[in-house]
Design a protein around this ligand. Structure first.
Ligand code: FAD
Length: 473
């Protein structure tokens, strides 16, 4: 009697719910991973850091499994067909996996469960990637939370050591099915090419996650003070590992919860934000289908002025912090959290482009792309989401720049054409006189664009758009 462990966004062996339950069930456990063409075929680019990150993480996991006399079976094709076929071929009565809350994953899992059941097999799914899921944290009236702070308070109140207990997978590893090392498809064979992942210093797999976490533990106390400044190394950079499950959420929460101090508490709050958006998506899957969380804002007719979206994507808005942020995204597949807020707000409230276009652009490029967090972040920035911020609070891209990159260190890293500018001009290079432009060796309009919009005028139009949406309700 064998069991499959079907890995998806949980590419590790330690503290892993599905592995634990499968191994405990005393069967010969066979780990499998499917490079799912339903997902891969939809990717816009054949050089995708995420595909490379997954492959490298699997390579590391396979070696770990091989050290225990087992291996990892990987296939390329449609998961909803291949998993039932593998279960049949390998005579597995049960397939164990960790729960995924995205609508497409829920539909896929339902299809697999249905196929398996036709032959008397079962799909068993476990909570793993969050501390609390589905209906575990609700309001007193039994409704899902729509505002973060009360959700966070209820989440913290419910937290107890029970929920943080690691799954002791290592005790049962002798129950892994013995097998010779299995091949892992190359990127090439799947039609993908390598990216600059190595050059960026992004190490995949559990080892990569643990290295980052150890480094961050030393800085956690300073997190609250440093996290908003993109030129500083303030945050953990663990989002890609949380996305692909190369680190256990329980491990991170245990450390944050156990360390006193404001830094650790603020960081814990961010981990709770992650769960908050996961439960929003679970309870309101329509947000992933292009709908505003607050339906009254669906009536906004976004002007999408010609050229605005392209200028934003190509870092040609003339607002240095926004352009530096977009270059960071385009060159590295990451973007600092403060900059995600600034760039998203700028697209929607300064350029009047539909937030869904920005959401898609981020989704295609972010290495840590997560449907729940990205949608939540965009709806937050567009004021269509579930937060307490009123829509008339609009980020000013200049004061954001002055506040969070005062000396322009981050800007200059990504906009070398502005490297000679002193701090007082770095946020508003269009204010340089011709003489000063000459002195600093930069011609605005040639070396760097003039601003695409005037913030005050853009702000006024945004207020009118949102106000009209409110009236049309
Ligand atoms: P840290 O500051 O070290 O935080 C620790 C972890 O908490 C993160 O790794 C992440 O898993 C979680 N987290 C932190 N902030 C948030 C948040 N606001 N919402 C949800 N989870 C959070 N995060 C993603 O993981 N994937 C996305 O696709 C994504 N898209 C975003 C889009 C927009 C418009 C905005 C404003 C935010 C988005 N975020 C997204 C949230 C946040 O920007 C990133 O999680 C963060 O920048 C990752 O860096 P870090 O790992 O160093 O985070």
């Amino acid at each position: 009697d064998t069991a499959l462990v079907w890995l998806r966004r949980d590419l590790r062996l330690d503290d892993h719910a599905a592995f634990y339950h499968a191994l405990k069930s005393s069967r010969a456990v066979i780990p499998v991973f499917i490079f799912d063409t339903d997902i891969l075929d939809a990717l816009p680019d054949r050089a995708d850091r995420r595909v490379e990150f997954i492959r490298e993480s699997l390579d590391a996991l396979k070696l770990e499994l091989e050290a225990h006399g087992s291996s990892l079976i990987t296939r390329y094709g449609r998961a909803c067909e291949l998993i039932p076929q593998l279960a049949h071929a390998l005579n597995a009565q049960a397939v164990f996996c960790n729960r995924d809350y995205e609508p497409a994953a829920i539909a896929r899992d339902a299809e697999v469960a249905e196929q398996l059941s036709q032959n008397g097999r079962v799909l068993r799914a476990f909570k793993d990637q969050v501390i609390f899921d589905t209906d575990e944290v609700l309001t007193q009236a039994g409704k899902p939370f729509g505002v973060f702070t009360p959700y966070k308070n209820a989440w913290l109140k419910k937290l107890s050591p029970f929920y943080l207990m690691p799954y002791p997978v290592s005790r049962y590893l002798e129950r892994l099915a013995p097998m010779p090392p299995q091949p892992l498809p190359s990127l090439d064979s799947m039609g993908f090419s390598r990216t600059n992942l190595d050059a960026l210093g992004i190490q995949a797999g559990s080892a990569g996650a643990q290295r980052l976490f150890e480094d961050f533990i030393g800085r956690m106390g300073r997190y609250k003070a440093a996290r908003d400044y993109p030129a500083l190394e303030g945050s953990s950079c663990l989002s890609v590992h949380l996305r692909f499950g190369t680190v256990s959420t329980r491990q991170l929460v245990t450390t944050a919860d156990g360390s006193g101090g404001e830094g650790a508490q603020t960081w814990l709050s961010e981990l709770i934000w992650r769960e908050f958006y996961q439960q929003v998506l679970w309870h309101h899957p329509r947000v992933a289908a292009g709908h505003s969380y607050k339906p009254e804002f669906d009536v906004i007719a976004w002007p999408n002025p010609a050229g605005h979206f392209a200028a934003w994507c190509e870092a040609r808005t003339g607002y240095p912090l926004v352009d530096a942020a977009m270059r960071q995204l385009n060159q590295t597949g990451t973007m600092h959290n403060r900059l995600r807020m600034v760039a998203a707000s700028f697209l929607v409230k300064d350029l009047h482009v539909d937030w869904r276009l920005g959401e898609r652009y981020f989704a295609d490029r972010l290495i840590d792309f997560d449907l729940a967090a990205n949608n939540g972040g965009w709806q937050w920035a567009a004021s269509t989401g579930c937060d307490a911020q009123p829509w008339f609070r609009i980020f000013n891209p200049i004061t954001q720049s002055e506040k969070f990159d005062a000396e322009g260190k981050f800007i200059k890293r990504y906009l070398p054409e502005l490297a000679a500018l002193p701090a007082r001009y770095i946020h508003t290079p269009w204010l340089l006189s011709e003489d000063l432009q000459h002195a600093y060796g930069v011609t605005i309009g040639r070396d760097y664009p003039v601003p695409i919009v005037d913030h005050a005028a853009a702000r006024a139009l945004t207020l009118a758009l949102y106000k009209a949406a409110g009236k049309n309700r």
